[in-house]
Design a protein around this ligand. Structure first.
Ligand code: SAM
Length: 284
């Protein structure tokens, strides 16, 4: 049906994101030794402004993620909504910044692909096994559950279904929780995305929601505090010695192109802080 075709188009965006990240890392914008196991070839050249845009996106998201982990002393859980083939779990393991449990949700078809890659590639499966204590590792077609890492196949537009599955895999509403959505809510209607954001705010008393998106989209339903930075600003507050480094990687003739691109995007975050951890102050 038309709807299946539309969902298929949405699912294919996960390859676009991973391909762009693979290319940018191959050029040295940042380091990611794991993305190669999800997209084998570096693929065709991407324009420098695209690479710089991804650089700012990844640095900005990582900054807020790491700040939340430090603030909670890793005594928290992370839920990456529409995670696609994202490699953050492995980065956090390598950097000794593992939350109590890291959850990912995406369409069952994408979850199955990711699980297949993990099963067949030892550099991906080894860190997962190292963080798992018993022999109770659950691996079926559409979900993976270990002590510290869980992948769930679910449709984010079906809130009761999502809630059920996350509970089944022991998401704990009492624990400080970070939600990440990186270019995901834009593929839903405003009504669907606000239901999702609202579900997160009513289910967790101490939480943060970080969203990377086109500027207009984020809704702060039910959150105590919300803030946003457009990506021009993010780019200007990333450590400038690193910006100078990546700007030497590839020549960019038209600076306006990058500015136009960055102006269309923003990182927004919203917090609830019953435990008074001080997550309001997590900025640059
Ligand atoms: N967050 C990843 C990143 O930035 O690398 C992937 C971004 S990709 C542009 C969007 C992802 O959201 C895709 O993996 C897609 O399958 C997922 N997605 C979109 N709508 C969804 C829905 N209703 N349920 C589950 N996943 C969804």
């Amino acid at each position: 049906t038309d709807l299946d075709t539309a969902d298929e188009a949405v699912r294919s965006t996960c390859d676009d994101a991973t391909t762009c990240k693979r290319y940018a890392t191959s050029k040295g914008y940042w380091t990611d030794p794991y993305v190669q196991y999800f997209v084998r070839s570096v693929g065709e050249r991407k324009a420098p402004e695209i690479n710089r845009g991804y650089y700012a996106r990844v640095q900005g998201m990582n900054h807020l993620l790491d700040a939340f982990l430090r603030k909670t002393k890793c005594d928290c859980q992370i839920v990456n909504l529409g995670a696609g083939l994202d490699t953050t779990f492995w980065r956090l393991k390598d950097e000794n910044l593992m939350p109590r449990k890291y959850f990912e949700v995406d369409f069952p078809m994408i979850a199955a692909r990711k699980i297949h890659n993990i099963k067949t590639k030892p550099p991906l499966s080894k860190p997962l096994i190292e963080t798992h204590s018993t022999d109770s590792l659950l691996l079926d077609g559409h979900s993976l559950d270990s002590d510290r890492y869980c992948i769930i196949g679910a449709d984010l537009r079906d809130i009761p279904g999502l809630d059920d599955k996350l509970k089944k895999f022991h998401l704990n509403p009492e624990l400080p929780t970070l939600f990440l959505s990186e270019c995901v809510l834009v593929y839903m209607t405003p009504d669907q995305s606000s239901k999702l954001v609202n579900w997160a705010s009513v289910t967790f008393h101490t939480a943060m929601f970080v969203n990377y998106e086109q500027k207009e989209r984020f809704l702060k339903t039910g959150w105590e505090n919300a803030d946003a930075l457009d990506m021009m600003t993010v780019y200007s507050v990333i450590p400038q010695d690193d910006v100078a480094r990546i700007e030497r990687l590839e020549f960019l003739d038209e600076k306006e192109l990058l500015q136009q691109l960055l102006q269309h995007y923003s990182i927004c975050w919203a917090t609830k802080d019953k435990l008074k951890l001080g997550t309001y102050g997590l900025e640059y």
